[in-house]
Design a protein around this ligand. Structure first.
Ligand code: DLL
Length: 449
């Protein structure tokens, strides 16, 4: 079986290499890309200053006149935009076009308060579809492929983002959305899907249920997985690749700047190409707000370069990553973002140690006796925060081994991540399965304290 998987992955790598959706743009020399960015940045500033009162005021306060920008480094003179700006101007206050002139709205649920609302003109939707087609192609999808789309449809940008990108690519899209996992499996097999789009945690749930039903998806037509919308570890990637028989490609995006299609890995799986003809990427120190040199980890900041309805100036994503402009073996010239380990909001500080859930995931996966499902529970213990870890026993593991497994998991987390955790092993199937973005952390700390 392992041999089948390896052949399929090798074949996917083969088709993915040195083939572009838009060769001229994807391999554009970096100086030319920079010139294009500067020209588009000026147009974006003009759009923002002319049509969005908040940006007009902030640009005036910063003393920036769009025509004044002489080099990309001047982007540092621009004010930042944060999620609270969208909330404070709910629903349409940051739009640069009247609502009647838009073609679509999306929104993110947000756990507290108002959702963040984003809008697109018809031209924005066409840009987005083009970028998603490029993204799918970069991941290994090709015209004529059946693309099974299990990202949620609705206000979430994942479903429709992948949908219109797949159509634009010339592929055959199955608009499945999340949930009804049994049916998903049957249709993947019956329709001969070559590409699966899903969150990584949902891809795992599909793999698991297929195995329980005796369906071997490694023998199906699936070759490529386009997975994203949540942080996931390299260990989870290997797990999904082995269980589904796909090359699992990471893709990144966020609704505030567009949706999926902002950055994606190529077949090299060595960082995500950020599409620089449409976005300007910076990494800053989240404390000092100063730009960080290439290679240093910090908060990703994105400026949109072509959006009409919702131009975003230096949007602070809260996502932690690093940038590399080193040339990629695939020939694409666009910079690479290192896998996004997590959001600064999700970072836990346990007795002074900074921890992302994905770091704990990396330890858990592959440990004998446990399944790749977990949740972290954060509680206030006296004046400090404590983290307990709930893991699930692998199928067939007897209850009397749970205690020993829990001790082993706690020991590994302590030695590899550096924090002490209380570990509970639950029976197989006890932890909730994801249908979209997985809930990795249950935060039981008192609100506001
Ligand atoms: O999750 C857009 C998307 C859909 C991306 C489908 C990829 C695939 P939002 O719901 O606005 O948009 O959430 C954006 O999700 O700021 C990151 O924190 C996180 N995120 C998205 N992709 C990745 C990824 C969509 N590949 C937020 N790795 C972002 C890690 C990711 N985190």
């Amino acid at each position: 079986m392992a041999a089948i998987t390896m052949d399929k992955v090798a074949a996917a790598k083969e088709t993915g290499a040195h083939a572009y959706f838009d060769e001229a743009v994807e391999t554009m020399p970096r100086e030319q890309l920079a010139a294009l960015q500067l020209e588009r940045l000026r147009a974006t500033l003009r759009n923002a200053a002319d049509h969005v009162p908040l940006h007009r005021r902030r640009l005036a306060e910063a003393g920036v006149v769009p025509e004044d920008l002489h080099s990309l480094a001047d982007v540092r003179r621009l004010p930042f935009t944060v999620k609270a700006d969208l909330r404070d101007h709910y629903p349409f206050g940051l739009f640069a076009r009247p609502v009647a002139g838009l073609a679509r709205l999306h929104a993110s649920s947000g756990t507290t308060g108002k959702p963040t609302v984003v809008g697109y003109t018809a031209a924005d939707l066409a840009t987005w579809a083009g970028l998603m087609a490029r993204t799918l192609h970069c991941a290994g999808a090709r015209p004529g492929d059946v693309i099974h789309n299990a990202y949620g449809y609705g206000l979430f940008t994942g479903g429709r983002g992948a949908h219109y990108g797949a159509e634009r690519l010339g592929a055959v899209v199955v608009p499945m959305s999340g949930g009804a996992t049994e049916r998903q499996i049957a249709l993947i097999v019956d329709f001969g899907a070559r590409v699966l789009c899903a969150t990584p945690s949902y891809a795992l749930a599909i793999a698991e249920l297929a195995e329980q039903q005796g369906v071997d998806l490694r023998r199906s037509a699936l070759r490529v997985g386009l997975f994203g919308a949540e942080p996931w570890s390299e260990a989870l990637r290997r797990e999904i690749e082995a269980r589904l028989g796909v090359q699992a490609i990471d893709n990144y995006g966020l609704s505030e700047v567009m949706g999926p299609g902002v950055a994606v890995e190529c077949a090299q799986q060595d960082g995500l190409h950020g599409w620089e003809d449409h976005f300007l990427f910076e990494v800053i120190d989240p404390e000092t707000l100063q730009p960080l040199p290439e290679g240093q980890a910090g908060e990703l900041v994105i400026t949109t370069l072509t959006k009409q309805a919702l131009p975003m100036l230096r949007y602070r994503t809260r996502d932690i990553t690093r940038i590399s402009t080193a040339r990629c073996a695939c020939g694409r010239s666009h910079l690479r973002l290192l896998r996004v380990a997590g959001r600064s909001d999700d970072m836990l500080i346990v007795r002074g140690v900074n921890v992302y859930p994905s770091q704990i995931e990396a330890v858990l996966l592959g440990l004998p006796g446990i399944a790749p499902h977990y949740q972290l529970v954060v509680e206030r213990q006296g004046s400090l925060d404590g983290v307990s870890v709930e893991v699930e026993a692998a199928p067939g593991v007897e209850g009397e081994r749970f205690g020993a497994i829990a001790r082993e998991v706690a020991h590994r987390i302590k030695s590899m991540v550096g924090i002490s955790t209380a570990v509970t092993v639950k029976p197989p199937g006890a932890l909730p399965r994801s249908q979209g973005k997985a809930v990795r952390v249950r935060d039981l700390r008192p609100k506001g304290g």
